[in-house]
Design a protein around this ligand. Structure first.
Ligand code: GLN
Length: 474
């Protein structure tokens, strides 16, 4: 099989071919670099040709020396540009980090490299991962490869677009309120938000630290599972990373669903576009044909998830972003005194980031904290309990990943509330810290893909892979 066909076949197929000597890591990386060089969708912010070639040659040298090739030997990957890559610019799509070159790799990036992966590019995103369309990037929007007049979703739009356009067979994104799952759905690829704490956040540019999770994007469920297996596990450098054992995720994708009970969110189906709802119902049908049973479930407090999230996440962001002050990272504006320097530097944030900092600062203001922040925290607890009650009746909860297909660029410009609605279905699992997988469900409105979202109890990612592989057979 040619290097082109192997890359199209995916992460696992490419790694197997490298291991068996049917293709060299260098051949694969040259194809990926050529495709990245043709990026017509604004998906990438930086292509590291030199680093990628050196990494591919190191994989080949290790193979010749008889070393055990890793699970991702020679596989080219794109990394969302809010994950630190040693010696390679990391901007998080904000002017405030323009030109910054991290001195270390994020733990997930280091783990991918140890498994033989070849990092070829840094993917575009909404500025500091705040957004649902990848339009707020300081370096220009990403377009959906399936229809360039549409957004790819966000904030990991560049990562999803890179995979959908065939630049790389896999990518990393980050998910705070839906940023891996919703772009995966809009671009017709698979995306996983692991359980909070399943994957290290060290080296991820912080947005909202009690929500942030790094997650893989690929074309198949099996490939997504393979990536998680490499990324997952405790990290002594991240106190919120969990000690839970890393399981056989890839094997789970072969397990089937004969004993699985799937809880269906009827209210979410009713709220979705008709084509989206129809495709999700068909995906559920595939689960039933394979032996699963369906029950209706409800998350009574999910309608409050959006208000709670857009209070809690900006509150955390306003605190996290205080460190971007021109003193430690990135460019510094000049002014006669310190305060003026902070102000002039921070004027470089885009409108959405400024809105979040203002909202968050307002939410935390003295005397009003319980009214706003405290109430939002209580909603968070209620949503987590809603899931606990649902999981007493089923193994996974299923519904649409987003209520619509990808919308046109500019459709929600100047209307933040309309933009936030794109996260309606992904926010509840984010509030509860639960793992959630989006798999393509087929063509809906205007021929664009719908996504099926599956949510499982904490650390039950295996269930998601078992169900996802049946719902999205490849
Ligand atoms: N769209 C959501 C937001 O703007 C989620 C973003 C994310 O998950 N990074 O906050």
């Amino acid at each position: 099989m040619s290097a082109e066909r192997l890359l199209a076949a995916g992460v696992a197929a490419a790694a197997e071919a490298v291991r068996e000597g049917r293709v060299s890591a260098r051949e694969l990386v040259e194809v990926a670099l050529a495709r990245c060089g043709e990026d017509a969708h604004g998906a990438l912010l930086h292509v590291d040709a030199e680093g990628a070639r050196a990494a591919a040659d190191a994989v080949a040298a290790a193979r010749r020396a008889g070393g055990a090739p890793g699970a991702l030997a020679g596989v080219p990957l794109a990394i969302k540009d809010n994950l630190c890559t040693r010696g390679v610019p990391t901007t998080a799509a904000t002017r405030l980090l323009e030109g910054w070159v991290p001195p270390y790799d994020a733990t997930v990036v280091a783990r991918l490299r140890e498994a033989g992966a070849v990092i070829v590019a840094k993917a575009n995103l909404d500025e500091l991962a705040m957004g649902s369309s990848s339009e707020t990037s300081a370096f220009g929007p990403v377009r959906n490869p399936l229809d360039p007049s549409r957004v790819p979703g966000g904030s990991s739009g560049g990562s999803a677009a890179a995979v959908a356009a065939g630049m790389t067979p896999g990518a990393l994104g980050s998910d705070t309120g839906g940023s891996v799952r919703q772009p995966a759905a809009f671009c017709g690829v698979v995306g996983l938000k692991p359980t909070y704490g399943r994957v290290s956040r060290r080296g991820l540019v912080a947005f909202a630290s009690s929500f942030d999770v790094v997650g893989p994007i690929a074309r198949t469920v099996r490939d997504t599972a393979r990536l998680l297996g490499v990324m997952a596990g405790p990290d002594p450098e991240d106190a919120t990373s969990a000690d839970a054992p890393v399981e056989a995720y890839e094997a789970a994708a072969e397990e089937g669903v004969s004993t699985l009970r799937v809880g269906v969110l009827r209210a979410s189906l009713d709220a979705a576009e008709p084509g989206v709802a129809a495709r999700v119902v068909e995906s559920l049908g595939r689960l039933v044909s394979a032996g699963a049973t369906l029950v209706d479930v409800d998350l009574p407090h999910a309608d409050r998830a959006l208000s709670a999230y857009y209070l809690l996440a900006p509150a955390e962001a306003s605190s996290n972003l205080a460190r971007l002050d021109g003193m430690r990272f990135g460019p510094r504006a000049s002014a006669p005194d310190l305060r003026g320097t902070h102000e002039a530097t921070r004027a470089g944030f885009g409108a959405e980031v400024k809105r979040r900092i203002l909202l968050g600062t307002y939410a935390l203001r003295a005397g009003y904290r319980d009214q706003l922040y405290g109430r939002a925290q209580r909603v968070r607890t209620r949503v987590a309990r809603d899931y606990e009650e649902a999981f007493a009746r089923c193994h996974v909860v299923a519904g649409p990943t987003a209520p619509t297909v990808a919308f046109p660029l500019g459709a929600h410009a100047g209307d933040p509330m309309a933009m936030y609605q794109a996260d309606l279905e992904t926010l509840p699992a984010s509030l509860a810290g639960l793992p959630a997988l989006s798999v393509p469900a087929g063509a809906a409105e205007d021929g664009l893909p719908a996504g099926l979202q599956l949510v499982a109890p904490a650390f039950a990612e295996r269930r998601l892979f078992a169900a996802g592989a049946v719902a999205h057979p490849t």
